[in-house]
Design a protein around this ligand. Structure first.
Ligand code: 5GP
Length: 201
């Protein structure tokens, strides 16, 4: 069985990535790694499902233990990808999606350059502000903080392999699936397949 691919999926918060991921994850070849964070759970979020909610002290202990593939500080909270969430899935042929911000993605570019790096952008900052306000989960002050953070992140999108504009959900999801499909057909990942094709030549 061929190994799964690691997919880094970054989008400023409020970009519609949650809805996009819900669509993508309907296909069981994909799994989303559950990150750890020190931020407080939002209404409806479940420990172990949306995030592993850690205290700062426990998070720092896990860093010392080498439990993370990457971690970063974002809006005064720590977020990190646990190695235990990633490598089992890849070994079992599952494509593992890391829904992480830019600093974490840059670390993965160094550690796992073979990963597929996809950046999701809103059509404009004005549209992002409208979506964040509509979500209503954060105060105006937090929203403005996240918007200025988002602008900085969008400016780094060119470092990724692919940029997808999430204007219409269906189009954005289909762009994402097209990217992954094409990536899987790359010649550099076709070693076993080619050996099989020419086996009895
Ligand atoms: P939120 O608090 O809105 O759930 O997430 C805030 C930001 O943290 C988002 O940009 C999200 O992609 C990012 N994030 C979530 N999990 C991780 C992680 O494991 N590592 C890093 N570096 N960022 C993460």
């Amino acid at each position: 069985m061929s190994k799964g691919r690691l997919i880094v999926f970054s989008a400023p918060s409020g970009c519609g990535k949650g809805t996009m991921l819900a669509e993508i994850l309907k296909d069981e070849h994909f799994r989303c790694s559950v990150s750890a964070t020190t931020r407080e759970p939002r209404a409806g979020e479940i420990d172990g499902v949306n995030y592993h909610f850690f205290s700062r002290e426990y998070f720092e202990q896990r860093i010392q233990e080498g439990a993370f593939l990457e971690h970063a500080e974002y809006c005064e909270n720590l977020y990190g990808t646990l190695l235990s969430e990633v490598d089992d899935g890849l070994e079992n042929g599952i494509d593992v999606i890391l829904e992480i911000e830019v600093q974490g993605a840059l670390k993965i570019m160094e550690k796992r350059p073979e990963a597929i790096f996809v950046f999701i952008t809103p059509p404009s900052i004005a549209e992002l502000r409208r979506r964040l306000k509509k979500r209503g989960t954060e105060s105006d002050e937090v929203i403005e903080k996240r918007i200025s953070k988002a602008a900085g992140e969008i400016a780094q999108a060119k470092k990724y392999d692919y940029v997808i504009v999430n204007d219409a959900l269906e189009d954005a999801v289909s762009d994402f699936l097209a990217v992954i499909r094409a990536e899987k057909l790359k010649a550099e990942f076709s070693g076993d397949l080619i050996d099989e094709v020419i086996k009895n030549a």
